[in-house]
Design a protein around this ligand. Structure first.
Ligand SMILES: O=C(O)C1=C[C@@H](OP(=O)(O)O)[C@@H](O)[C@H](O)C1
Ligand SMILES: C=C(OP(=O)(O)O)C(=O)O
Length: 448
């Protein structure tokens, strides 16, 4: 089932070369953070290029429930913030839909204000672990009452007199790091997060942009991020860059579709996000970064991807995992068209996303004629080489946008079409996916 409404069965068929420019939507991580920090600033934040996917729209709705004004005029989103500690108590349950980022960051943002809020989501979100966030929030003095195993629906009682916290994250998660930093905003003194592996640093960058004092130091324990609490956040004008995680789909589709040449302009290459593109280059992909430049303090380039019939399977470095965590599903599709094995270690986190992504991809790849081995924190795709991948199966998307989009990409290059039982979840992060892909010449759409 899709998160809202009836399932949308989809089909993708072998396609002739994809050609043209792919203008992908705004970055999901940065979009959530713009709305949340905008709501915690004093005054009006203006955001353009915001991703208008369901995940982000649910965060906008949540910010209104906490008392911020959020509205769109023309191309600009306006957020009238209530200041750090200024959140009002919501009058109803906060429904974060399918979004782990939304619910975990918002829990952090409200946990040090003396209000109570109850959170829920769809069947996927309500099965994902929340203790990773509520454990550190308890150190600030917040209390959490959820279902068994720390699942949503869950009520958070915010701390009245929060204490600052020093916390080493036990899992590599930007959502956990960000929840602690956002909670630290309304605690006096210094809140410190230590992460062993670098995860995406959009919260640190944006907090600094809004005028908070944030420092990051490398130490033998890992990256030590220190935030000085109780700043007055100053409203910002934000231009959201395009999402590298969405760019991954037209890029990977071009690599495996004969005759393709696709340009994906203005993609952020923040090193904490760009791991997939370096991995594809290591596999021998004809993928180049054109017009490299800096925009808003971030490295940005236009990506050009061309059909690459001689891809080789590789060992993907485990230390690269955090910088490409959402891209493993589509990488595994490319790996099926490479020669030799692609081994992906250090990816336990894939098991607690919108679905168990190792299980969902392995099952669908096998159904379509590709051999996959898997363990708790690794998997290996046995590449069949270009021109030898059967396809022909219907795959379950498990309420997971990235699974649905990955199999739609696969079907563009398999002998027989690939079907997905429900493409509805694609709208959570990439509502224009089908229009954009068919605009490049991809033969995909709703299945009758
Ligand atoms: O902070 C973020 O914006 C995100 C962090 C990642 O999750 P984890 O923090 O669980 O790794 C990623 O999978 C998600 O799509 C977005
Ligand atoms: C894991 C993802 O999102 P979230 O955790 O925000 O649901 C994703 O978009 O791939």
């Amino acid at each position: 089932m899709s998160s809202h409404g009836d399932p949308i069965p989809m089909i993708a068929r072998k396609s002739a070369g994809l050609k043209g420019e792919a203008h992908v939507p705004g970055d999901k991580s940065i979009s959530h953070r713009s709305l949340i920090l905008g709501a915690m600033a004093v005054g009006e934040t203006k955001v353009t290029g915001l991703l208008e996917g369901q995940d982000v729209l649910d965060t906008a709705k949540a910010m209104r429930a906490f008392g911020a004004e959020v509205e769109k005029t023309g191309d600009t989103w306006h957020v009238h913030g209530v200041g750090v500690g200024g959140f009002a108590e919501p009058g109803n349950v906060i429904d974060c839909g399918n979004s782990g980022t939304g619910v975990r960051l918002i829990m952090g943002a409200m946990a040090t204000t003396p209000i109570t809020a109850t959170f829920t989501g769809d069947a996927s979100l309500n099965s994902r672990p929340m203790a990773r966030v509520t454990d550190p929030l308890a150190l600030f003095g917040a209390r959490a009452y959820g279902r068994k195993g720390g699942r949503l629906p869950m009520t958070i009682v915010g701390a009245a007199d929060a204490l600052p916290v020093r916390y080493a994250t036990p899992v590599p998660s930007a959502q956990v790091k960000s929840a602690v930093l956002l909670a630290g905003l309304n605690a006096p003194g210094e809140t410190v997060v230590i992460e062993r592996e670098a995860t995406r640093d959009h919260s640190e960058r944006m907090l600094t942009g809004f005028g908070a004092q944030v420092t990051t130091e490398e130490s033998p324990e890992g990256r030590v991020i220190t935030l000085v609490g109780q700043p007055e956040l100053k409203p910002q004008t934000i231009i959201v860059p395009r999402d590298p995680s969405s760019a991954a789909f037209p890029v990977c589709a071009a690599l495996i579709t004969e005759g393709s040449d696709v340009l994906v302009p203005n993609i952020g290459l923040n090193p904490t996000r760009a791991g997939l593109f370096f991995t594809l280059q290591d596999m021998g992909a004809d993928l180049t970064f054109e017009n490299m430049r800096e925009e808003g303090g971030e490295p940005v380039a236009d990506l050009r991807a061309k059909f690459s019939p001689n891809l080789k399977g590789i060992e993907v470095p485990a230390e690269r995992a955090a910088s490409m965590i959402d891209e493993y599903p589509v990488l595994s599709v490319v790996a099926a068209f490479a020669s030799g094995k692609t081994h992906m270690p250090g990816v336990k986190e894939l098991r607690v996303k919108e679905s168990d992504r190792i299980d969902a991809m392995a099952t669908g790849l096998r159904l379509n004629g590709v051999e996959v081995d898997e363990g708790e924190d690794w998997w290996t795709v046995h590449g069949r080489g270009f021109g030898d991948v059967k396809g022909g199966a219907t795959v379950e998307s498990h309420l997971d946008h990235r699974i649905a989009m990955s199999f739609m990409v696969m079907g563009l290059a398999t002998e027989a079409p690939v079907r997905v039982d429900d493409g509805g979840p694609i709208a959570t992060s990439f509502p224009i996916f089908e229009t954009l892909m068919t605009g490049l010449g991809a033969d995909m759409g709703r299945d009758a």
